[in-house]
Ligand binder design. Structure first.
Ligand code: SAM
Length: 455
């Protein structure tokens, strides 16, 4: 639905998840460059992640395809790009929200874990961190060998073990039995499970539309990203469930993060999402995909005319599927089979079979960029590539590929294209430390525009 005329820089963005490498800061430059090459076709945001860039394209009226290998990104795209949104969805969403939350009392697992949630509440009120950590250490997670379980919880464990990789809606609370006490609190985990289960139930019963389903899922993950207790708000380093956290800053952070009410935050997020959706104009021909770049290249998948591929792939060894494994599990809601290393569950509580991107492997990165250039050729599009150059190789965030290699690949695969490099600088800020500016890092953001040479 286009509600107002398209103007340059007139874009608006709903911040979904806190996402590593999200392009919030460089959005103006990306849009300025892209509109120079855009005609009547689509812009394909090939690695959409948080959907920040897709939203910006669409909100200036550009037909947008938002794609990413992570399933949560597709839910974000469906919701934020207003795919299949009907006017009546906006009118009824707050009533649907009330109905969804009103089932709170009926979610039976609140009772199963009441002893733990009552104790957690008291310890949070009294800010008793060491007791809180002891409570978490004894919590009967599926993989916690120190657990003491009631018969009811034993039965849940048994059911989980028998149903690995199957949908958990009828089996039990996945978040609670895998992550309570590490990434989230116990009550918070139960609330996440309750909301995820209710969203599915309302969808199955035809009570909510497709758009509302994706909107509720997006809002739930926005909340999950806000409350998670981890470095950088991702899901790679949870707090240890045992021992003491020795820094006052982290102690304070733990109490703050654990004191968030998931249900209250969910209500607030849905309310502001609905407000955002009422105030924002989006193109009405957007498409959300959940494919790998390689699948798009190989398949005969019918894509419309694409003027521009905007590509913001990963550039380091850090796999996004590792940093964001929990949002993916909450979206899919299948009981994960957890990765075991030297006889124990990994520190990050990672699942097996995470997607491994070729862009994050020194051995495969050239193949990945080769495929990207081949896709550009196949779609006969302009390619606008975001590249972030690290000044400092001691950060452990070395880039997988350098410019010279990129140049060689381009000349080999799309020799009839020219490249234009656009540099823009801004100070590097560490996640969650907006006042802290690290001069050594000072990563440079670059756009490279590959377009056909004029004949
Ligand atoms: C740097 S992030 C993109 C951030 C995004 N521009 C934003 O503003 O949020 C890179 C994304 O590429 C996705 N990805 C990695 N390899 C992929 C592949 N081969 N095909 C599709 N998506 C891939 C990851 O899941 C991740 O979301």
């Amino acid at each position: 639905m286009i509600k107002k005329s398209i103007q340059q820089n007139d874009y608006s963005i709903f911040k979904t998840m806190q996402y590593l490498g999200s392009k919030h800061r460089s959005i103006t430059k990306i849009i300025e460059q892209s509109i120079l090459y855009s005609k009547n076709g689509y812009i394909l945001d090939l690695f959409a992640g948080s959907t920040t860039v897709s939203q910006a394209f669409s909100s200036i009226g550009k037909k947008t395809i938002s794609n990413d290998i992570q399933q949560f990104s597709k839910a974000f795209a469906n919701a934020t790009l207003q795919i299949n949104l009907e006017e009546k969805d906006l009118i009824s969403s707050l009533d649907k929200l009330d109905k969804l939350i009103s089932n709170h009392e009926e979610y039976k697992y609140y009772n199963t874990f009441k002893k733990f949630t009552n104790k957690e509440e008291k310890l949070l009120d009294s800010k008793n961190i060491s007791e809180l950590l002891s409570l978490y250490a004894a919590f009967p997670l599926i993989w916690n060998i120190n657990r003491k379980e009631t018969i009811e919880i034993q039965k849940l464990h048994h059911r989980f073990k028998k149903n690995i990789d199957k949908p958990g809606f009828e089996i039990g609370p996945i978040t609670t039995l895998h992550y309570a006490g590490s990434y989230f609190g116990i009550k918070q985990s139960l609330d996440i499970d309750f909301l995820r289960t209710m969203i599915e139930q309302e969808k199955r019963q035809g009570e909510i539309s497709n758009w509302q389903y994706n909107m509720f899922l997006t809002c739930l993950l926005t909340v999950v990203s806000k409350i998670v207790f981890s470095a950088g708000k991702h899901f790679a380093q949870p707090v240890k469930a045992t021992g003491i956290i020795n820094t006052p800053v982290l102690n304070k952070r733990l109490i703050i993060d654990r004191s968030y009410s998931v249900v209250e935050l969910f209500k607030e997020t849905v309310t502001s999402f609905i407000q955002y959706s009422k105030n924002t104009s989006h193109c009405d021909k957007n498409i959300a995909l959940n494919k790998s770049m390689e699948e798009l290249l190989k398949s005969d998948f019918d894509l419309p005319v694409i003027d521009i591929i905007y590509a913001d792939p990963p550039y380091t060894a850090q796999q996004y599927s590792r940093f964001y494994h929990i949002p993916e599990i909450i979206i899919e809601y299948k009981i994960p089979s957890l990765q075991v290393h030297k006889g124990s569950i990994t520190k990050g509580i990672y699942p097996n079979n995470k997607y491994k991107s070729n862009f994050c492997s020194k051995n495969k990165v050239k193949d990945a960029f080769k495929d990207l250039f081949l896709l550009t050729k196949k779609l006969d599009s302009v390619l606008i590539l975001s590249y972030s150059e690290s000044k400092n190789s001691s950060t452990g965030n070395d880039r997988m590929i350098d410019f010279n290699s990129l140049d060689r690949l381009q000349k080999d695969i799309i020799p009839d294209y020219t490249s234009l490099k656009i540099e823009f600088d801004f100070e590097y800020r560490q996640l969650n430390k907006s006042k802290f500016v690290d001069k050594n890092k000072d990563d440079k953001e670059i756009l490279i525009v590959y377009s056909r040479k004029l004949k």
